[in-house]
Design a binder for this molecule. Sequence first.
Ligand code: M6R
Length: 724
Amino acid sequence: MEYRGYDSAGIAIDGSNDIESPHSKVALLRKAGKVSVLSDFIKESADDLDMDMEYNIHCGIAHTRWATHGSPRDVNSHPHRSNDKNEFLVVHNGIITNYREIKEYLEKKGHKFESETDTEVIAKLTQHIHDRYPDFSFRQLVETVIQQLEGAFALAFKSSRFPGQLVASRRGSPLLVGIKSNSRLQTNHFPVSFSKDAGWKWGDEKQTDGRRFMSNHATHLRDESSFVETPNNILDLSIDSRDVCNLPVPVDESQRRLSAFMNSLKNAVRSSNGSAKLEISDSTTAVRPFDSADWEVEYFVASDAAAIIEHTKQVLFLEDDDVAFVEDGALTIHRISRHADNGEQKREVQLLEMELQEIMKGSYKTYMQKEIFEQPDSVVNTMRGRLLPSRQVVLGGIKEYLPDIKRCRRLIMVACGTSFHSAIACRQILEELSELPVVVELASDFLDRETPIFRDDVCLFISQSGETADTLMALRYCKPRGALTIGVTNTVGSSICRESHCGIHINAGPEIGVASTKAYTSQILSLLMFALTLSDDRISMATRREEIIDALNDLPNLIREVLKLDDKVHEIAQQIYKEKSLLIMGRGFNFATCLEGALKIKELSYMHCEGIMSGELKHGPLAMVDEFLSICMVVCNDHVYKKSLNALQQVVARKGAPIIIADNSVPEGDLAGMKHILRVPKTVDCVQNILTVIPLQLLSYHIAELNGANVDRPRNLAKSVTVE
Ligand code: M6R
C-alpha cells in the first residue's frame, strides 16, 4: 500500500512470547519513513519478539501513512492505541472532522493523548466505551464508536481484549476484504446482518442532535441512527452513572451536544419499560462459508485490491457504514440499521481480474516508466470488445441508458487533476458528435458553487481511482437531484463505480505511480468511444465516425512510434532540468495536452510549469517571453494549425526558442530554425492529443529523475485523494 501514502508505517501484531498465552500482549511497531525503515526496525526488535512463535489464529493490522494531522513522526504513525497496554489499536484512512470535540471530551475523562492525529481519538473512544460497558462485544464497541465519528474513514481494529478478532468499517474511504482459503467458498454472497431492524431512534427526533460529537461546522446529520445490541437480542445498558452524572454543566456547544448524547443513552434505557433492557433483532449468526470441515482461512482487509492481489483474488467490497467482523476465522458483515433506500442485503464475493505482474515493476526502473511504456497495451485493453470489426462501438456499461443519454439537456463532466484534463481533451469531440451542450467541471469548484443540476442532465464522473473525495461528493450531489450519473473509472468496485447509475471501466490496468499516465490516455479513449456511441445513428456523421474508428485501430502502433522518442526527450530534459519555469502552449484538441504536461512536470519535478492556451498569449503570457524562458509548443496540422503557427511566430519574434511537439505532417519549412522538434505520427485531430501528451509524460519523468526526485512518489501527494 506504500503508493497510497508513504511518510510513515506501522504494524500491530500479537507479541507475547509466552506460548501459554500467545495473545496476551500486542506489539506495536511504528516508524516515520518508508516501509523499508519499518522493516529494518522490526528486524532490530527481534530480541523482544519471538519470531518463531506459532499461532493457530492471528490477527494483525498495518498501515502506511500520508500525514494530514501531525507531521510524519513515529508517534503519529498508525496503528494508534488506546493506552500504553495497547488494549485497542486502530489503523485509519481518511479524516475525522469532529476529532477535536471527541478529544476534548476524552481528555476530561482522563485519557492522555500521545499524538497530534485525528485517529487517536478512535482508539481512545473505543477504550472509553469498553471501560463503561465491559460486556460489549468488540463489534458492538466499533459500531458504537463509528456512530460518533464524522468525516471519512476506513478503519481496522485489533484488541488484546479480543484476541483473534478483527473489526473493520468504512465511511467515505474504500475498504475491501480479501478471502484466501484452500477450501471452497460455499456461497458467493455474504448476508448483511442488521443490528437494528426496527429503526429504533433516540427518544424523539430532536434528540438526534445529541447522537454524535458534532463538529461545529457540521451542517447535516445522516439518517442512520440508533445504538447497538448484544449478541443475545437483549441490550443490557447498565449505564455507569458516573458517565452521565459526573458530566459537567455544558459550557459550550460541543459539551451541550455531548451531554445530549449521554442523556439520550440514559433515556433509551429508561424508555424500555424501565427494565434497562432493549429488544433488538438478531444479528450475529456467524457464517462459516467453506465446504470442508477442516478449513483454514486468511482474510485481508485493505483499502485497495492492489495490496492483496498477491494473496487472493476473491474479494468483497464493503459499503459505507458496513462493519466487517472476523471471529474464530468466520467473517460476518453487519450494519447498524436498515436504511430506507438500502435494499442491498448481501455483499457479493467478486473475482479480481488483475494479475500480480500487472502491479510489479518488471524490468522498468519505476512504476511510472512502466506505465508510460505500457500504453500501447493499455489502450488495447480499453478498446477490447468495444470497438468491433464492424466499426461499431459498444459500451456494455451504458448501453441500456443510451436513449436517455441522447435525449439529455446537457452532458456534464466532473473530475479532478488529470481526469479533468481528459474531460477537456474530449469536450470538443463530444460536442461535435452528440450535438449537445457539454460542460466540464472541476469537482471541487462544482461543489463550492452548488451548481444547478436538473433531472434531464447527464453527469459523468471521471476518476482513475474511483475514490477521489471531491468527485465522489459531486456524484452524491447530482444523484438526489435526479441526474443520470455515469462513472468513468479504472477501479472496479470503487465507490464511484458502485454509486453511479451506470459506467464505463477504462480498463487501463492498475496504475501504481502517483502521476497518472496510462489512465489518462485510456480516459480519453473511453470518452471518445462514448462520443462515438452517441452518434451511431447519425448518417451525416458516418464518415467522421469511421475516420475516428480507423485511427483508434491504429493507435497502439502509433503510440509505439511515439515511445521511440524517449532518448531524444531525455536529451532535451538534460538541457532544461535545472530551469525554474517552463511554459507549454497549444490550442484546440491539444490544449489538454498542455495542461496535462504542465501538471506532470509540476507534480514530479516540482518545477513551475504552466499550460497555456496559445490563443491567450497576447492577453498576458507573451509579456514573459524572451530568450531565457523555457517554452514548449504543440503544433499540429489540424483546424487550428494556422493559429498555432501564428503563436509560434509571436514567440520566435521575442527571441523565444521553443521545444516543438509536432505531428509529422507539419512541413519542415514551417518549423525552420527550431532547435528541438519532437515528431509524433499524424492521426485524426481528436485522437492526436493522445500522441502529443506522451512526449510530455516522458519529459516530466526525465526531468524528475535528473533532479533526483522520487518519480513514483512525489512529495506531498498521494495516489488516491480520499479527503476533500
Ligand atoms: O483518481 P482520480 O483520477 O480521481 O484522481 C484525480 C487526481 O487526483 C489525479 O488525476 C492527480 O491529478 C494525478 N496525480 C495527476 O497525475
